[in-house]
Design a protein around this ligand. Structure first.
Ligand code: MSP
Length: 521
């Protein structure tokens, strides 16, 4: 049995509605989870909302409602976004759930038992927007004498009694971890940033707050709530059964297991410095990889409420369709780098790749079969050119595409797939089955049979990216569910389908041509 995969997104702050950055992370992680399932792996995919902390407490106060009521409402928008985008999560966790409180208290107790927590007074800078403590040396001057964090958010001077975690004691172990496991932090550029940060020395971390009470209570210190990042990071363990379900933990959070966190570049420090140190302290296994993806920019500009360019992913999915949006984001941005999006670019890419290169190929072939063979599936009689096409399609569909997903390179997966689509289009033009109809009907059938198999395999290959449309096509083509995986692709599904009584009906276009909506033009 292949190793199970535990894969997660960051959990989102429900202090406002979801934006396209949240959608992007969910879509990419979903594609990786789907691809791994198609490789026959047992996958646990978790996403959710990070509901505690000052930022959410302040947002609920601004609305004049209790934090719980506030997060109940806001969290539902994130779940609705995931559902609209076809995100195949196994659990949508909310950190206000009781099993999560229990897991957070258990990791706290384990860190305390290891002698890593002590009570002191915190005096320093805090950014509510980032929910992060910063050293004076990291700050830059902003307007009106305001100091700004490295993320450009305002910081405030904070003084309170606090529990501390002995992060300073973990510097050497963390450096050893990065040295021994070069894949722990990906991509390489983020790894270098973190190495430099940790080599510069680590201070102990303030891990509780006393000035507000919206959070997980510190065991034995009920006037303290945990620093939101302690409970937030622990969400990954909660879903894997910590602390009570040892069998589930042994399966999904095992030593040497495949545990992957997909997060944005702004929160790599939390996941690759604090998180492994907490886990080492609690004597728990570490993740295999933390991948810090880039940021999505709106026409090259950072999105912000003040610029008024924050785009609602629900509106985009409604306007263009969930699959075109998924396809565009994964194809356009090289995973790890920043990327830009615009309505024009989504329309252009969808029409050219999904509409012209793939959709037309399927549409032309299936309608031709429906019309000229009365829906009966054509008989193969392969010539070398048919075999060459199928070999090229198979190389892409069975090797290049899944390998690229495993390497967290969805745009490479899509490139390989698109090349195979182009090869099919070149083949159909060269073979001209419509001309063969009169001159050589047997050869026409052989060409159509080759195309049928190629299209089926291309539809399977692209399932992680456009699950709804690829599934609709596979259903239309009668491809059995047993053939819809990367490991199953080598099997011959076409001969049994053809010898059965399957009839292909005239297909509906999969990707209707998109037009630019007037208001975004
Ligand atoms: N709650 C924390 C994460 C805790 S994980 C234990 C948080 N939440 S967030 O809502 O601010 O961000 C959630 C995710 O979205 C993060 O991985 C973040 O990097 C990502 N993104 C936020 N804005 C983004 C873009 N503009 N583009 C791409 N991803 C972005 O941080």
């Amino acid at each position: 049995m292949p190793t199970p995969l535990t894969i997660t997104t960051a959990i989102n702050y429900p202090n406002g509605r979801p934006h396209i950055g949240h959608a992007y992370e969910a879509i990419a992680t979903d594609a990786f989870a789907r691809a791994a399932r198609m490789m026959g792996r047992d996958v646990y995919f978790q996403t959710g909302t990070d509901e505690h902390g000052l930022k959410v407490a302040q947002a609920s106060r601004a609305r004049g409602i209790e934090p719980q009521q506030f997060v109940d409402e806001l969290s539902s928008y994130f779940k609705a976004m995931d559902d609209k985008l076809n995100i195949s999560y196994d659990r949508f966790i909310r950190t206000s759930e009781s099993d999560h409180h229990r897991a957070s208290q258990a990791i706290w107790e384990a860190m305390a038992a290891n002698g890593d927590l002590y009570l002191d007074r915190y005096e320093g800078w805090y950014s509510v927007r980032d929910e992060a403590y910063y050293d004076e040396s990291e700050l830059t001057p902003g307007e009106d004498g305001q100091k700004l964090s490295p993320q450009g958010t305002p910081v405030e001077w904070t003084v309170e009694e606090s529990w501390f975690f002995r992060l300073s004691a973990y510097q050497d172990r963390l450096l050893a971890l990065y040295a021994e496991r070069p894949d722990f932090i990906q991509p390489e550029s983020r790894r270098n940033e973190i190495l430099r940060f940790v080599e510069g020395g680590l201070r102990d971390l303030s891990v509780s707050r006393t000035s507000f009470d919206w959070g997980v209570k510190v065991p034995g210190s009920p006037e303290h709530v945990m620093y939101v990042w302690v409970d937030a990071l622990t969400n990954y363990l909660t879903g894997c059964g910590y602390p009570d379900d040892a069998a589930r933990m042994a399966h999904y959070w095992a030593e040497g297991g495949d545990i992957v966190h997909i997060i944005g570049k702004d929160i790599v420090r939390f996941h690759t410095v604090y998180w492994p140190a907490f886990l080492m302290s609690a004597k728990l296994p570490l993740p295999r990889t933390v991948f810090g993806h880039g940021f999505l920019l709106n026409r090259g500009e950072k999105m912000s409420k003040s610029l008024g360019n924050v785009v609602d992913p629900m509106v985009l999915a409604e306007t263009f369709g969930a699959d075109p949006l998924r396809y565009f984001l994964l194809a356009e941005v090289s995973f790890g780098n920043d990327g830009s999006y615009s309505a024009e670019a989504i329309v252009q890419k969808t029409n050219s790749d999904l509409g012209n290169a793939f959709g037309n190929l399927a549409q032309r072939t299936l309608s031709f079969i429906a019309k000229n063979l009365d829906g009966r599936l054509p008989a193969p009689a392969p010539l070398p050119e048919d075999e060459a096409l199928l070999a090229a399609v198979r190389e892409a569909a069975q090797h290049e595409v899944p390998r690229a997903f495993e390497a967290f390179a969805p745009s490479d997966a899509i490139q390989a797939w698109l090349h195979a689509c182009f090869a099919c289009n070149a083949y159909i033009d060269a073979q001209a089955p419509w001309a063969l109809r009169k001159t050589d009907p047997a050869r026409m059938e052989a060409v159509l049979a080759t195309l049928y198999v190629a299209i089926g395999e291309l539809a399977v290959a692209i399932l992680p990216v456009i699950p709804a449309s690829a599934t609709a096509l596979l259903d239309q083509m009668g491809v059995p569910s047993s053939a819809r995986g990367y490991t199953a692709l080598a099997d011959d599904w076409y001969s049994p389908l053809r010898s059965g009584d399957f009839i292909i009906t005239p297909p509906k276009p999969l990707f209707p041509r998109l037009e630019l909506p007037v208001e975004t033009a």
